[in-house]
Design a binder for this molecule. Structure first.
Ligand code: ADP
Length: 275
């Protein structure tokens, strides 16, 4: 968007001698304004659904149903409140990340303990769906320069999605390897975003789940982006998890990306600089 302002310059007698033209580039401002409007629209939309269910549940409990039904409804109310709380927490986290108010405590750390902690935390959810989690430890991995808590959070987000979007009995695999890149190797890999030359740790979380259509794969890291709401409606979730993961990984200087074959599974990759 360009904003153009024209002021004719005249002599005392009124004879035109020139003009003062100012052109302001409002592209940035209107993009920000648009992002702000989208955010407000998304947040209101995401809040409306749980609030509508809560309202309905409260009304039903007010009509004094049998005690077993009432207690089931109270249970559902607690779940809806959890969903709203998660949305507000994740929004807060994302806004802190976007405004640069999160400082990472970077230190040289081994990645396996961080991976194992995240896997142990997600295991109960995977067990409930009879899913197997395989970890493929590689030998002699270098230390990563990372904030262990934050990378744990990235892994949890990826594992949580893997469990959520994989049917019962599926398999989730977590692997890590070392990646040594020279500058001249970069163009030959269209499937991997370019990295500065150097040594990286490459971490992979893959699943045998529903997969992600090609047209959506670039966009899933945008905040609130969900693939096909109808298909995933019952899965719950805020659409913020991957946006948060992307911020955290890029804050470490790494990259995060995904590949998928619809109906067969998805793989998420991210890189961390070696210490
Ligand atoms: P959500 O809270 O909805 O999981 P995310 O930002 O974590 O939000 O993910 C965004 C969307 O990306 C999800 O709603 C889903 O459509 C898709 N997605 C993420 N991970 C997977 C996966 N492992 N398999 C299939 N789809 C996925």
């Amino acid at each position: 968007t360009l904003h153009l302002h024209y002021v004719p310059l005249r002599e005392g007698g009124g004879k035109p001698v020139g003009a003062l033209i100012t052109i302001r580039d409002l592209t940035q401002i209107s993009m920000l304004e648009r992002a702000r409007r989208d955010l407000v629209a998304n947040v209101s939309h995401e809040l409306r659904t749980p609030l509508a269910s809560l309202k309905l549940l409260v009304e039903t409990v007010q009509s004094a149903p049998p005690p077993d039904i009432a207690s089931r409804m109270l249970e559902q109310m607690a779940q809806e409140i959890d969903a709203v709380t998660q949305l507000v927490d994740e929004l807060h986290e994302l806004s802190r990340l976007e405004s640069g108010r999160v400082s990472l405590k970077l230190e040289p750390l081994p990645v396996w303990p961080v991976i194992e902690r995240a896997v142990e935390r997600i295991r109960p959810q995977a067990d409930r769906k009879q899913q197997v989690i395989c970890v493929e430890p590689a030998a002699d991995l270098p230390l990563a320069l990372m904030d262990g808590d934050r990378i744990g959070q990235v892994l949890l987000n990826l594992l949580h999605n893997a469990v959520k979007f994989t049917p019962e009995g599926g398999t989730i695999t977590v692997a890590a390897e070392v990646l040594t890149l020279r500058d001249d190797e970069q163009p030959s890999r269209p499937d991997r975003p370019p990295h500065p030359a150097g040594t990286w740790l490459l971490i992979r979380v893959s699943d045998t789940g529903i997969g992600i259509p090609n047209r959506d794969i670039q966009r899933i890291f945008e905040r609130f982006y969900k693939v096909d709401r109808a298909r995933t409606r019952h899965a719950g979730g805020t659409g913020l998890g991957l946006a948060i993961a992307k911020h955290l990984v890029e804050g470490h200087g790494g990259r995060i990306w995904a590949s998928s074959q619809e109906g067969h599974g998805s793989t998420f990759w991210f890189t961390l600089p070696a210490a």
